[in-house]
Design a protein around this ligand. Structure first.
Ligand code: FES
Length: 467
């Protein structure tokens, strides 16, 4: 049967199989669509508007508001298309704001392209002959219909996701370069090159490759940066290059679904990772969203009045990671949130319809406990104390700003480390550009500490949960 997809004002016909959910049909059509739980029916984010009323399922009644149901908004993973159906995606999945560094007009293929493939966002730019980064733009990862987290992605159709990302890169590069340097986590690198991901699913984890890969594609050659382990990807390698290792140790924490932590100086790297869940990326937070236009990225009380900042000063649309951190810190300081994360009445209104719930705070607590435990244990195992660290660099899709005070109040970081912390944005992208330009300062002595399997981890994790 045929349905009609309404995308950016255009109507496209799409063939649908019987017993196929709308989510599967949208995936097959290659639509860049937000489905964080990958169709499990738990996130409630895969919203579509239909051209007529259908009886909502129990899941939809739970995850959608009455207003949404009356407007024929349904969940793509719970809707089974019928002939003649018109479908318009309505999730908050808008393209990430584009950061134009410099407009380059040359059509010459002498530019090198660089890309950071994040689970959520793909950033592409170019380095010119002098090593300057030009024409940077970011888009949501076209593979997002296969879930927000790495596990959902490696359990999904690898071939389809590989084709989606290659097409997305071709479009973003638009013939302006013939070599593309890429970083991303280990799973993203495997999917990019259409490699078998089965070894990344279970213990003992066996990636197909870790070292730098070079592969020819129709429109460009791809060169990937080396990964360090199954959980410490090329994005961390790039982040370390960007942080310019020195004599004194620096600490890099990439806050994502998997928090990757690297402690390094000019000779040595200690690295580890901790499963933090997608709270910092807003995926499992009721009003959560990526750090795109309208995301609340900063929050405080001034004279008992709420002081709210949003990305690009757009009307508040949801809460991104840095906003969530500030909100939890501010509400905890006023004891609106209890030590165990409970909010009286179950939720607190931030502005308009945007609320934070007890469930959201609990998700945040799990994420921050994972990061805090991973960081503390990495320092401890490496025999380095906070005083020996020169700088703490936070990166990831967290937001555009991070308040170190909020990191200390919530216990995300030890206060001595929080005092040295700054948010460095996309360090992976900058490091990839440096690699492409030939500056590849990377300590050779690498020690990977697997903390998640260490019995101490669970003990410390429980101690670090409360606020
Ligand atoms: S509820 Fe449909 S993808 Fe999560």
């Amino acid at each position: 049967m045929q349905i009609t997809l309404c995308l950016n004002g255009e109507k496209l016909k799409q063939e649908c199989k019987s017993n196929e959910s709308l989510l599967c049909a949208l995936r097959r059509a290659g639509v860049c669509f937000f489905a964080p739980c990958s169709g499990k029916g738990t996130c409630g984010k895969c919203k579509v508007k239909l051209n007529y009323f259908t009886e909502p399922t129990e899941t939809e009644k739970k995850l959608l508001t009455e207003k949404e149901i009356s407007q024929n908004i349904r969940l793509a993973c719970r809707t089974y298309p019928e002939g003649g159906m018109e479908v318009e995606p309505v999730s908050e999945f808008t393209p990430v704001a584009t950061a134009q560094v410099e407009e380059k007009t040359t059509e010459s293929a002498s530019l090198r392209a660089i890309a950071d493939i994040g689970t959520t966002t793909v950033t592409v730019g170019f380095t010119d002959e002098k090593g300057n980064i030009v024409n940077v733009k970011s888009e949501n990862n076209a593979q997002s219909a296969y879930g927000a987290d790495v596990i959902s992605r490696i359990e999904g159709d690898i071939q389809m996701q590989h084709e989606l990302i290659i097409k997305q890169l071709e479009k973003m590069i638009n013939g302006k370069a013939d070599i593309l340097y890429i970083c991303g986590n280990t799973a993203m690198m495997h999917i990019l090159l259409n490699e078998d991901c089965s070894g990344l699913k279970h213990h003992p984890y066996k990636p197909v490759f870790l070292d730098s890969q070079q592969k020819k594609f129709e429109k460009f050659d791809i060169i990937t940066l080396p990964c360090m382990s199954e959980f410490i990807g090329a994005d961390i390698t790039a982040g370390i290059i960007a942080a310019k290792p020195e004599k004194r140790y620096k600490l890099l924490i990439d806050l994502g679904t998997n928090a990757e932590i690297a402690l390094f100086n000019e000779d040595k790297i200690f690295a580890s990772s901790a499963a933090a869940g997608p709270a910092f990326e807003g995926a499992n937070i009721s009003c959560g969203m990526a750090a795109t236009d309208g995301a609340i990225c900063s929050f405080s009380f001034e004279n008992n009045m709420k002081n709210i900042r949003t990305v690009n000063s757009a009307a508040p649309a949801g809460i991104c990671g840095s906003g969530l951190l500030d909100i939890v810190a501010a509400l905890r300081s006023k004891e609106i949130i209890a030590e165990n994360g409970r909010i009286d009445g179950g939720s607190y209104s931030i502005t308009g319809d945007i609320v934070i719930t007890t469930h959201d705070v609990h998700e945040f607590m799990l994420a921050k406990a994972a990061v805090r435990t991973g960081t503390d244990m990495l320092l401890h195992k490496a025999g380095i104390n906070a005083e020996e660290i020169k700088e703490v660099i936070l990166s990831g899709g967290f937001g555009t700003y991070l308040n170190p005070e909020s990191a200390a109040i919530t216990g995300l970081l030890d206060s001595a480390l929080a005092a040295k912390a700054s948010f460095a944005g996309n360090t992976a992208f900058c490091g990839t550009a440096m690699w492409a330009s030939g500056s590849r300062t990377l300590p050779q002595n690498v020690e990977i500490l697997s903390l998640a399997t260490d019995p101490e981890f669970s003990e410390n994790f429980i101690e670090n949960i409360s606020l």
